[in-house]
Design a protein around this ligand. Structure first.
Ligand code: 4NP
Length: 181
């Protein structure tokens, strides 16, 4: 594993890579990203190497299960998942090796929450890992969108988490290389 300090604040026997996906409400984009990453890692036979969670920068939906519109979108693809909404906290920036915000607003909020370079170096936008990003930097917030918007976000997240897993497994991702793959 190329991460400079993959254990960080974790127990010394814990050599897993800890990844936190972050969006605004923690009911649409980041829970799907977390569960799809776990699914991709399981398919690749490397599930035990990763601890994955999701959180929101806002506290609007703490304790809630994922938005039904995305749950239905996923179900149409044969993917069932769940999560309980929670808000990101400073300790997450200590505890996780990688923090993956969905858009620039999430990135800005995490930068403000962070306490220095060791935190900032963990931040990578989700679409850095999307092979079809074509210059796009954000996983768009589909809150005001219809079903097609949710389908589009699902596709972006599915591609991006697979790209992230590929980068990790290839040893390309270094915690000190901020915002670069
Ligand atoms: P998420 O989407 O950040 O992907 O979970 C949203 C969830 C809730 C709201 C906006 C976006 N909201 O305005 O409550």
């Amino acid at each position: 594993m190329a991460l400079s300090n993959p254990k960080l604040a974790m127990d010394s026997t814990d050599r897993k890579t800890h990844i936190l996906f972050v969006c605004l409400g923690n009911i649409i984009r980041s829970p799907l990203a977390a569960r799809l990453f776990e699914h991709a890692a399981k398919e690749a036979g490397v599930r035990e190497k990763y601890e994955v969670d999701a959180a929101g920068t806002a506290n609007y939906h703490v304790g809630q299960t994922p938005d039904e519109r995305m749950v239905r979108t996923a179900a149409r693809r044969g993917f069932d998942y769940t999560h309980r909404g929670r808000q990101v906290k400073v300790k997450d920036l200590d505890d996780f090796d990688l923090i993956i915000p969905m858009d620039l607003e999430n990135m800005g909020d995490l930068r403000m929450l962070g306490k220095g370079q060791q935190h900032l170096a963990k931040l990578h936008l989700m679409r850095e890992f999307d092979p079809e990003a074509d210059g796009a930097v954000a996983v768009p917030d589909p809150w005001h969108d219809g079903p097609r918007g949710f389908e589009n976000v699902y596709d972006i997240i599915e591609r991006s988490v697979r790209g992230l897993l590929r980068s990790l497994e290839a040893g390309e991702l270094k915690a000190g290389a901020q915002n670069q793959v």
